[in-house]
Write a protein that binds this ligand. Sequence first.
Ligand code: ZN
Length: 409
Amino acid sequence: MNELVQRFLRYVAFNTQSNPANSSCPSSEGQMTFAQFLKQELVELGLSDVSLDSNGYLMARLPSNVEYEVPAIGFIAHMDTAPDASGENVTPQIVEDYQGGDIALGKGDQVLSPIQYPDLHKLHGHNLITTDGTTLLGADNKAGIAEIISAMAELIAHPEIPHGEICIGFTPDEEIGRGANLFNVEKFGAQWAYTIDGGPVGELEYENFNATSADVICHGVNVHPGTAKGKMVNSMNIAAQFQMMMPSDETPECTEGYQGFYHLKSASMSVARSELGYIIRDFDREGQQTRKQFMTDKVAELNSKLKQGRVELKLTDSYFNMKEQVEPYPHIIELAKQAMIACDVEPQIKPIRGGTDGARLSFMGLPCPNIFTGGYNFHGIHEFISIEGMEQAVKVIVTLAEKTALNYQ
Ligand SMILES: [Zn+2]
């Protein structure tokens, strides 16, 4: 079995599920255990400046092997797995030379079916790694870690491949939205970086949503229902009216591609007080502003119909589209595209209908698009990865390092 696969299998054996209920960083002990293990591997591989801080951020460097100035570039992956499915006792199974049809997962009745996941049709002849149906696999993002480390090993074994300084960073708690929080961009030292955290081969992403949360708070008046006439104000009715004022076709279930939406994702209700939790998403900064204004106007409209102050709106921006930070430096995307093409991988540029740590890092001064890992169906028991896809990711990382050096020759 090749070194890349062995690495990956070693890593998924660690339970690194992050825990949103724990406010410390890292949010689970398993992540620190894994980080210490990886630190040892990086040292043994011969990387420089290997450091693990008390929050679980692991960084290292591969020094430049050329005489001329090349900007330092970085590769980043996250060590935690999603809280959505168990990451304990992951028992991967390898399906050699997949020829189509259902794949039984372990001894249970779970199957991985091309009817449910048509991407499998494109993977005939591939060697796949799946779960045993009881846990997630953890390819998100341990495949990224294995691919980055294998690429560094490749560069070390082949000193004839020119490259500038390469910075690598493994972060905790990405799945609970905190991966960028304590990332020290200055210490990392790269001028730009790539997260290796995408899905199918070819994925290259540098556009993500602008994200705002919008809490609508409706104030009512509670009175015993027997004597409520003319006195009770039921805040749940106000909340219902507000929701009816929202555009019914601009929701997650009615939109795709570059379309934005309003999403009512939670509600807590009683007669006296009701709170609606919305998220607003739009790729365009102005479009996002228009959406925020739309909600503000609807609140004002409702307040002028009712008593002023019955409805309140709290808007909080959470992250922005990294495109703003990446587009001024077109070579960041251009080099990634060239590297893929040189590896016979067709770049698939598509917008991320969500956010990434890379988006946050981009606004912290480290432009950071996202590249594929070769994995599918992240965050659940149907997660799997193609070994050939992983190998292509390693090649792309190596070639990207090389192309960057040649570009500045
Ligand atoms: Zn991920």
